[in-house]
Write a protein that binds this ligand. Structure first.
Ligand SMILES: Cc1cc2nc3c(=O)[nH]c(=O)nc-3n(C[C@H](O)[C@H](O)[C@H](O)COP(=O)(O)O)c2cc1C
Length: 510
């Protein structure tokens, strides 16, 4: 039985562990990055995607769509489902590298291993029967797991959380562990939340651009969701729910007959990493009462219970993000299509207003079922290397005041060392670390709280990607790090915190 704190500790990268690591990848046994069911009917909803002109910078920053003047809210239909799935986890580009075709997906993923899948639990929407569907990114069609309106099961599993109980469609994100554990082994439990986080960032942004409410639901009874999807959590487990749309009450929960659909094996053999499943299992919630009690804890904590930090006495740099009329208007869908992970950065300084805009739009907080308190789970730190008007240094970013507070010196060389000795990280103009006090979080809201902290790291990373790629000349990439070295570098402020995720961005080499 592993607690989240122990799991986190055991899976930290240290220079020593990396130096003595003898693990090598078995390419003959590399898993396929998507699942194939043996005998399940598939439906294709056609290839037409909705074109969305809402600017990416606006779509990522608004958790709910602006109130509409027209009387009827837009309806969700089959085309919306296709659009949401394509831009969240579909194949958005194919590139030829060393004579081989490589397919890249909408959202960034550790090792390009694409282990996170989306399922949609749907009531009555135009052009599609109610049912439980699995999105197949290989063919961009839908595997039909169940026919009928099963939304009540999710409503009950979330203790009748209103966004789920009234959504015409709710997505469930899962990780099929082996698809990531092939390379990352026990770290896959962390990666599940990082990599579902980047997908959720795009899903929320596209939902907003379509004109629909959406949010992230971290509190749900796991077992009924597992049963509904017909998965085995030792191999694939549910991570979070995302209800989209409103005004469509779910029927009462119906009985869920057992299903166990056969799948084509992912590779010759699966290597088990029991720690991953155990860490997940130790964070499950048993039933709707457990969900209610878990969520209740967030209403009882004060702003500092999770070990995050208010402003101290460091020198402040006031940031001045551009307003909506002068912000880049690159549409969200174009931004997702243009997104990639940049490997080479110019050393040129980037504009302070662009940096301000990226931080402001990407790090405004995520709508979750845990309310306002969830915005106090993580802090944001920046290593600035080349930004016009901002001296190089380590800073804490305070989103509510849009200021950077100076903490001390840094250097490009140190930045590369912290990031698992990837010197390219120091070449970028800015590095953003999303940090959390894992011990305090687990003390207050248990092992399930650790899931949420890692997920917020992943969603922030996904939003930082989108906010960066909304600007034509900029690019960025998620990176991994030596956990404790990062905490030390940002101490004393961040001495109690440990990094969840890291994003580096800067100017592309022309
Ligand atoms: C959480 C996270 C951590 C990552 N860490 C690294 C890293 O340490 N080094 C690296 O070169 N790329 C890293 N990446 C980038 C992935 O390799 C990249 O997303 C993947 O190859 C897919 O390519 P794309 O982002 O261009 O679509 C990371 C991505 C994510 C989402």
């Amino acid at each position: 039985m592993v607690t989240a704190c122990k799991y986190h500790e055991q899976t930290k990268h240290t220079p020593e562990r990396v130096r003595t690591n003898t693990f090598s990848l078995d390419f003959e046994n590399k898993p396929r990055p998507y699942k194939i069911y043996e005998d399940i009917s598939q439906i294709s909803l056609g290839e037409s995607l909705q074109s969305l002109d809402k600017p990416a910078l606006a779509a990522i920053a608004t958790s709910s769509p602006e109130p509409r003047l027209d009387a009827d809210p837009p309806s969700l239909d089959a085309q919306s489902l296709q659009t949401l799935c394509h831009y969240a986890t579909g194949v958005t580009k194919t590139l030829k590298r060393r004579g081989r075709k490589m397919r890249f997906r909408a959202a960034a993923c550790t090792g390009k291993l694409y282990h996170v899948d989306l399922y949609a639990v749907i009531g009555a929407v135009d052009g599609l029967d109610p049912g439980v569907y699995h999105f197949d990114p290989d063919t961009e069609s839908f595997d039909v797991l169940r026919v009928g309106d099963y939304r009540g099961v999710l409503a009950q599993a979330t203790d009748d959380f209103s966004a789920v109980a009234n959504a015409p469609m709710t997505f469930v994100a899962t990780s099929q562990w082996w698809r990531n554990a092939w390379k990352y082994r026990n770290r896959t439990y962390r990666h599940a939340f990082w990599d579902s986080g980047t997908i959720l960032a795009t899903l929320l942004a596209v939902a907003s651009a379509l004109g629909h409410e959406s949010s992230v639901v971290a509190g749900f009874a796991d077992e009924p969701v597992v049963r509904l999807l017909g998965i085995d959590p030792e191999e694939e487990a549910p991570l979070e729910l995302v209800p989209v749309g409103s005004g469509s009450p779910a029927p009462d929960a119906q009985d869920i007959e057992q299903i166990d659909p056969d799948e084509v094996p992912l590779s010759d053999h699966v290597v088990a990493y029991p720690l991953v499943f155990d860490a997940w299992r130790q964070s499950t919630l048993g039933d709707n009462e457990a969900v209610r009690a878990w969520r209740q804890q967030f209403t009882e904590v004060d702003d500092h219970a999770f070990g995050t930090h208010d402003r101290g006495d460091g020198r402040l740099v006031t940031l001045d993000p551009v307003d909506t009329s002068t912000a880049s208007s690159r549409p969200v869908t174009t931004t997702i299509e243009r997104r990639g992970s940049l490997r080479e950065y110019s050393h040129d300084a980037i504009s302070d207003r662009k940096v301000a805009t990226i931080l402001d739009r990407a790090l405004r907080g995520v709508p979750t079922d845990c309310g306002e308190a969830a915005s106090h789970l993580v802090d944001y730190y920046c290593l600035v290397h080349a930004v016009e008007g901002i001296p190089s240094g380590a800073y804490q970013y305070h989103p509510e005041a849009t200021v950077l507070e100076r903490l001390g010196e840094t250097s490009r060389q140190t930045a590369g060392h912290l990031a698992l000795d990837q010197s390219v990280v120091g070449e970028a103009a800015v590095n953003v670390y999303i940090m959390a006090d894992v011990d305090s979080i687990v003390e207050q809201v248990g092992n399930r709280g650790y899931r949420l902290a890692q997920l917020l790291g992943g969603i922030s990373l996904g939003r930082l990607y989108l906010a960066t790629y909304a600007h034509r000349t900029l690019g960025g990439r998620g990176f991994t790090f030596y956990d404790d070295l990062v905490s030390e570098h940002l101490s004393p402020r961040a001495a109690n915190q440990t990094p969840m995720t890291l994003f580096a961005f800067g100017k592309r080499v022309e």
